[in-house]
Each structure stands twice: as C-alpha cells, then as structure tokens.
Design a protein around this ligand. Sequence first.
Ligand code: ADP
Ligand code: ADP
Ligand code: MG
Length: 448
Amino acid sequence: MIQKILIANRGEIAVRIIRACRELNIQTVAVYATVDKDSLHVALADEAVCIGNHQLENSYLNQQAILQAAINTQAQAIHPGYGFLSENVQFALACERSGIVFIGPKAETMQMMGDKQSARETMQAAGVPVVPGSKGLISSLEEAKKIAQEITYPVLIKATAGGGGKGMRVCYHEDNLADALNQAQQEAKNAFDNGDVYMEKFVENPRHIEVQILGDTFGNVAHLFERECSVQRNNQKMIEEAPVQNLSKKTKERLYKVALQAAKKVSYVSAGTLEFIMDNKENFYFIEMNTRVQVEHPISEMITGIDIVKEQIRIAEGKKLSFNSKDLESNGHAIEIRINAEDPYDNFKPMVGKVNSLHFPGGNGVRIDSFLYQGYQIQPYYDSMIAKVIVHARNRDEAMEKAIRCLEEIDVDGITTNVEFQLDILLNESFQDNKYDTSLVSKILKVG
Ligand code: ADP
Ligand code: ADP
Ligand code: MG
C-alpha cells in the first residue's frame, strides 16, 4: 500500500493527481519552483518542497532534487504527470534505485516505446501497421533522398525524441529536403537535446485517432475506447472528443485489437496511449505511443466512469485493474477544450498576467480541470494551458451545445485566452457536421 506520493509536476495535472490521492486517502507531497510558491498544487498538497528556481533543469527537470525531496518526506512513490520527466527512462531507473515506485510503465517499456523510431520497430514486429518510412534513423542527406524516393513525396522528417508537435518538417520536393532535414534536426536538438530524426510518408489531411489503454502487473490489459484528436494547430491538440462517432464499428474493433496486441507485446503496465493517423478510407497507421497519462484523459474517464489516475496508483500498488474489461461500456459523448493563455490574433503568442477575477462554468455534465484562482499570477516559464473544460452528455450534439454554453460563460478576467477562437471551432460547420480532419484549424485560420 502506498501512503504518500510525491507529484513531480505542476499546473492542472499536479492538481488532478493530488485530488485523486486525497480521495484514496493517500498523503501528497508537492514540489515547486520558487516562482510557483503561490501555485494551487502547493496549497492543496499535504507537504510542499521547493526544489529550485524557474529554470526547468533546476526544478521540474531536476531529478536529484526531486528524488531527494521524496526521500526526505518519505514518499513511497512519484507520479510524474505528463511532460517534464514523465517519459524519462533515466528518471524511472533512478527512482527504482532509490527504492521509490515510479508511477508509470516499466523502464524497459519506456525505453522501447519512448523513442519514436524504436517504437515504430517494436510495433512493426507486433504486427501493428505503421506509416511507411525509414527503417531506422536517417544519417545523411543521401540516405534521406533514397528513402524519400522509395516512399514518394511528400515526406515528413520527425524527431525521434519528439513531443508537443516539435521537431517535425514536411517536405514536398527533393530540392527542399536538405533544408527540411536541417531544420528538423536543429529544432529537435534545441527542444530535446537530441537531433536524431527519421522519415515518414506525410499523410495529407489525416485524422488523429488514439486508443487509451491500462495494464496491470498481472498481465491484464484493457482499452478504454478511442479519442478523436484532429483539432490541432501546429500538430498540437486543441479539442478532443470521445468516442469517435463517424467511424465504422469494424474499424473500431480493429483499432482496439491492434492496441491490445501492441500493449501485450510489451507487457504494458499503467496508463498509455497508442496514437494513429487515419486516412479517409479508414486505413490507420501507428505514429507513437505516449507512455504516461495524457492531457485529454478526462474524456475517456467521462464516457467510461473509470478514474485513470486512480487506476495508475492502484496498479503501482500491485493491485489488479478495478474493472473487468468485458464489462466496460462507453456512455454518451465527451468533449475537452484546452483553454490557453495565448493571443490567437497575435500568432498565438503566450500571455501572462494576473487573474483579476475568475468565473468557471458549471452545471450538469461539466468538469473543469484547472489550477487557476482569483489573484493568481500566470508565469511565463511554462506551458500556456491554464484550464481544460470537459463536458459530457448523452450524444455529440448535446455535448457540443454544452461546450459552447461553457465557453460563452467562462470568464478569466485579466488574461488574454483562446476562448473566442475555440468557440469559432465549435461553431464551425465542418466541426458541427463531424466531418473534419487535422486540416480544420488551418482552414479556419485562413478564412480568418
Ligand atoms: P498529449 O497527447 O498528452 O496532448 P502532448 O504531446 O500535447 O501530449 O504533450 C503533453 C504535454 O507535455 C505538453 O505540455 C507538452 O508541451 C509536453 N511535452 C510532450 N512531450 C514533451 C517532451 N518530449 N519534452 C518536453 N515536454 C513535452
Ligand atoms: P508528438 O510527439 O509531437 O505528439 P506525433 O508523432 O504524435 O508527435 O505527431 C503529432 C501530430 O502530427 C499528429 O497528431 C498528426 O496530426 C501529425 N502527424 C504526425 N505524423 C504524421 C504523418 N506521417 N503524416 C501526417 N501527419 C502526421
Ligand atoms: Mg503525439
């Protein structure tokens, strides 16, 4: 049994995890950067330890300080949330060496799946369809040219350490291949300290569909149905829906089968997501696995009634999944809207400032995951997402109406947000008709 968990994160996900712990009667330890001393996760946790200044490597990426905080407070486990150290194999191993449970998959699974190129190879071996592309990393321009000729243009150069849509360049013609290769490598080096890239066929205007899975240490794996995440800007998700409505039952069954097959192949433990892109004929291809809880996990919780974070904790305690996958049902429709402190009319520039007053929508079927409160000062050093509005209703139409009502009601005074732009998307005809792919946002931006 775990009595105390340290949460190695900040923002809404730290708050989300602390709330789950409280309901499970587990003590919590927050860690925080100096600039986060007034953050909600610090106020809500039972204990809090300052681990360094605002620079990421000094605080939320400071493995030594986080481990020391766990040891000093006698926390038995660390929940890494998403981003930061959540997919860091070295950190998972360091936890193990210190006798602390890392709440996530086994380090060797993270090793196999965390690196995107090796994940492709693992999945191919498991019989999962992957996007046509390079066999391994690309070491030279000559090699890139050869592979591109084989798989035909357009191609996509992708960082093997990639995340958050970074380190990706599309290329339509051989003349631009050298530039695309250089740019992707450079961006990856800057963002992930790893410039290694690989190549995939660029699927034009695909849909992004993903399957949530949970596995326990007894070898049980279950899927929690699928999510549609095609509302994206710069390859970053903005709105997510569950379940996917306009997809044949046959394709859904195939998606679940493939996801479970993949999870079993790597003896997957904890929460994870298999991401796929899908063409307009419902052919789907694996693109990556996120070996952690995802930003959009609440919509799967809404339609299944399963608390994914609590399951992660139970699994880390060595317990079986709390449900029988055969009994799991998908109920109604859920939508998540990411609210960011950014200015859509100034190229989505991140915004900071003080929340003068705050009103969050409520009512039947509404869930808000956020770390905001009145008087809170938004910091410039972190991700611009400040809240997630999650709605659940009997069907997609009712969920959409609810989402629109919520965005009309929300009021974060003092901060410029993307609320108006998200409303434009919700009111868009293609979105409403449920006929959209990953090109939706750029189309809306063009019409402006
Ligand atoms: P999700 O599928 O959960 O939405 P994202 O790729 O959007 O995943 O990433 C979730 C969060 O983690 C974002 O805040 C993003 O900036 C951050 N993130 C993802 N991958 C990395 C990475 N490799 N390094 C640093 N931050 C990352
Ligand atoms: P990240 O780790 O940044 O989340 P992903 O590999 O998941 O990277 O890709 C992010 C998004 O980029 C996808 O959701 C999809 O919209 C787009 N994308 C990725 N690979 C391809 C591809 N081969 N063809 C077309 N679009 C792609
Ligand atoms: Mg992804």
